[in-house]
Design a protein around this ligand. Sequence first.
Ligand SMILES: [Zn+2]
Length: 338
Amino acid sequence: MKKICTLLFVFVLAYACKPNKEKVVKAKEITVEDIDTTTVRKHLYTLASDEMEGRATGTPGIEKAAQYIEGEFKRIGLTTYDTLKTYRQTFTFKNRRTKKDITAFNIIGVLEGKSKKDEYVVVSAHYDHLGIRVKEGQKDSIYNGADDDASGTTAVLALAEYFKKKNNNERTIVFVAFTAEEMGLVGSTHFGKDVDASKFVAGINIEMIGKESNFGPKTAWLTGFERSDFGKIIQKNLKGTGYQLHPDPFKKFNLFFRSDNASLARLGIPSHTFSTGPIDVDVHYHKASDEAETLNMSNITETIRAIAIGTESIIKGEDTPTRIQLTEAEMGRRKKKK
Ligand SMILES: [Zn+2]
């Protein structure tokens, strides 16, 4: 034993006497590799579990999802938005179908910018889905919405944790889990109501990133690609990473107006949705079978990493995308739900 101790001592001494540069222990640099499948899996399986009862707005199931997101925002260390005292932005609205009043809440957490505090970048996804629908002859009645849009909400949580650790956001990042998207973009419309749009530099919305896109592995597409130079900035930042961003291939589906990015784009904010969903052939879309088991965890993880790399120059205040201008007809278009 004594011999070993002496030997160890000699080793330590020898190591300690090595030239200085090797001795300096550098703080571990945060990279996108820190966004891992373990975290992704945890968020996704929790949000898409049967316990959340399909997260329909106005139900106990979405309350559970809200509490999970709030708990994560707190653990990560986000602050509250604007004049709010908690992460909840609560409001009521009338359900178009039942004509009943529903109380709903967006969940918002903030990471204050270092030097450009008054320039906001929104990172968002909707955390609501369709809830429980009992249909004759259908065994499963819970619409878990794993891809739509627990996958996007997972991305919001993972990006919040990443950028908090990264600690280099010159601009303020506003992380939002929107409610009632499935009822007609209600949560995001409420969010946009009283904002000073000129302070909002960009909107990064994420929808359905759990399946490989039509362009192949390590690819995603962006809605409204040609409407601002946001997509070009992302493409520039992704060069050399092996991950590619394409313009939305489903022009006929009008997806730009069918997710929460549209509520901010109507205000002129360059706000787009990232997705990998093969929605032309997706048999689980808006079905009870949209379950966590049908999703590809590495597709989600790689896409979140690509969004982190792709948007970093905007978050650091180095790039500012051009504003969006909609035509009068587009402004008046009835807000369709996805
Ligand atoms: Zn959706």
